[in-house]
Design a protein around this ligand. Sequence first.
Ligand SMILES: [Zn+2]
Length: 229
Amino acid sequence: MPGARGAAGWSGGWWLGAARRASPHRDARPRGARRGEVTLAVLHSISLPPGDFGGDAVERLFAGTLDCDAHPYFDRLRGLRVSAHFFVRRGGGVLQFVSVRRRAWHAGASSWRGRARCNDFSVGIELEGLEGGPFDAAQYRALARLLHALARRCPRLREITGHEHVAPGRKRDPGAGFDWRRLASRLARTASGATRLALHPDVAPKAGRGAGHGRGRPRRESPRIRGKH
Ligand SMILES: [Zn+2]
């Protein structure tokens, strides 16, 4: 990612706001002009077993150390090699498993704006939660902080969407319980590089809570793409 070295709050591809848990489930982004540059953030939800929060099973799954005999549900995860760049816990703690310079294995078969293999050009962010269920206020705050930091680190990052939108019909996370409008409000509160980020689904921040409301502070750059995917 040219031009991204030395971004404040980062050490190489690792965000200093996250606890580091290196995962072997990663590889190189594709080489070539801008092919592997990060332009998209993909949001997911996960909890293991589903609905159980606060344990270490997700962390272990991504690190490749999950004991699949520890719970009947885990049997279906045997041999699964997946990861995400980030995991945002209920309470707002953030773990990072893969450098954003590298490709994490989170999106699977997917496409965005006609481009397949979203893992090549995206950052994967898992939210601790139950697909379709609600998320904690602390998670929206942490997610906004993380996205602001990512915008500094990845200058071509422009869009944020859900796994359900890059793999429609196959994936349903983060699901209906994820409040995109609330995230938009959070992102809009501070004028920073993240204001150039566009959310899909496209939503307006909640009235009166967005940045610039009454402050007269112009946005540095408007979201460029608002079309349907
Ligand atoms: Zn997902």
